[in-house]
Design a protein. Sequence first.
Lengths: 525, 160
Amino acid sequence: MLLENIAAGFGLMMDPALWAVILMAGVYGLFIGSIPGLTATMATALLVPFAFFLDPLPAIAAIVTMSAVAIFAGDLPGALVRMPGTPASAAYVEDAYRLTQAGKGGLVLGVGMICSAIGGLIGVAALMFGAPLLAEVALRFTSFEYFWVSVLGLSAAVIISRGSQVKGSIALLIGLVLSMVGIDITLGAPRFTFGSTDLLSGIDFIPAMIGLFGFSEILRNVTGTQLAAAAGKLDMTRFFRNALSTIWRYKRHIPRGGAIGTGIGMLPGAGADIAAWVAYASTKNTSKEGHRFGKGEGHIEPIVAASSTNNAGLASAYVPTLVFGIPGDTITAILIGVLYMKGMQPGSQIFVEQPDLVYAVYLTFLVANLLLLPLAYIAIRSSGLLLRIPRNVLMSIIFVFCVVGAYAIRNNTFDIWVMLAMGLLGFAMERNGFPVAPVVLGIVLGPIVERSFMQSVIATNWDLLRFFTRPISAILLVMTVFIWALPLIQPLLARLWRRRRGLPEDGETPVEQQAGDDARGDGAG
Amino acid sequence: MRNQLARHPREAVAGLITLALGAALVQYARGLPEMPGGYPGPGLFPTIVGVLFCVFGLGLIVQAATGRVAPMDAEAVDHGERWRSIANVVVIVAAVPVYVVLSGYLGFVMTMALIAFGIMVHLGVRLVLALPIAALVAPAVSYVFGTVLRVPLPRGPFGW
């Protein structure tokens, strides 16, 4: 049975058009990821109008490959000009840049590239073995359990993020309100439509994403300061040998980083960028040389850990996506939106009905993480060139894609206005330190929370106790409570850990470490 | 406490807006129909979200008042740069309605080429670069979306 499915998955992969899509998506991810200020989430939002016209497998493959490559490519400008290409690289940008200044840029990127691939493969392994197991459980889910899983996702989106949790919560609520626009699911009453027929079918997801992550990024880029730091030089002699010997020296961080990435990635709502911060902080807390991280010449140790972590998180974010239809991060949130629009319902049923598709998705991940190596090597060699692309030219091209992409899904001018409004909303939020990522999770999870809640209470005639007494519900409830308690217990845990290891107690606590200096934490980078 | 509020006016204003939004949501939700038997229906979730809006809006105000405001990214510094930033935002935002109106007459290719060119020139891209890029990007995008993906892009007087 298993072998049959794998074979069927391979069969689906034998399509040359699919490989062309994968390769093109990889190059695209490399390009967007390596440009500071353009995130992997934005790349996904701009890719969606194309993905929408593809079959499900190539659409998923394109997004998977693009994001895996983009997360590594984010290391490039981090090392060269001290600007993370994607938020997932932000955790270790200081060390990467300082090492490059000290003439070790080749080493930084070599380590980043190989660790990214290894981390990605760890994440894929977690996906391949974890998802089917969880799917078994998920098949027994009723609307009560779906309610709790989506509440868990909403909670994780706010609590396990950086920056102000109050602002993160407000961002999430904005997303929930946007998700309520249109016909209500219980009585069919129009909500927040204000007499507009265009709004009856709700705010279309794709134009909203293009606005929030594409258009707002243009506005942010034309108002921000230009690149200030001078680009460091790369020394490429003995590139692979140096990288491999360094990784070997700090090899213990790879499984740990992979585990952190996998764990956080699997949580609905929390993604690669926050996983990288947690891995950085935990490496700092446990390393004897932790006090040297981010200072002086920088240190390669946290880069080994965190760059394997973010790619692991990226892959394992597909566990809740495939199993429950609940997004693991912003990229998978967009993907779920696309699948819904194509009439596909992600969730445990696809493991029963389309196991070949599931296996093909696993294989795509393997391919993407292996393809990462040659693509990354080419990018590192030509990184000087990538950084010299005039940003203002790029912004006007992205503008064209935002307008066309918003229009293309329903051939509707109204969607262009939606895109503009969401772009302004995203821009205003970012300017005031509100993260944008929770908005998309709110939009995707809102209807799931409401539908599963209303279904449950209507079926049981408002017996609310059932939300707590069903065994799986109770477990999910405990997990949700644990997540809410995390900000309180986590500093305590960190202090205990340091005391036990006999390390000085000056280390900051993981999640809050640099809270605020990068409030635009972006679910997945 | 008043000093703190004055030091973080943005935070306090954001809190007030959030609070007002919450109140408006709750009010709006009261106008939505109920389920038969008097059970809450379409209004339930808007009410919950509205109440939470109020709670977190108050939270923002309290944080601003007690000075517990998370530091934010340093923004554009000198005054000249600030006006430049505002002008850039206005140009990019205005380009959207300009596209919607003009594309009805000129069609997609010409309108987009003009707008892309205009944005680039405004942002300081040299003419020798802006002109060919605008002339290339618009037809290329039109080909991909209009021809390959069969999106009915607005047509101009020459059929494109």
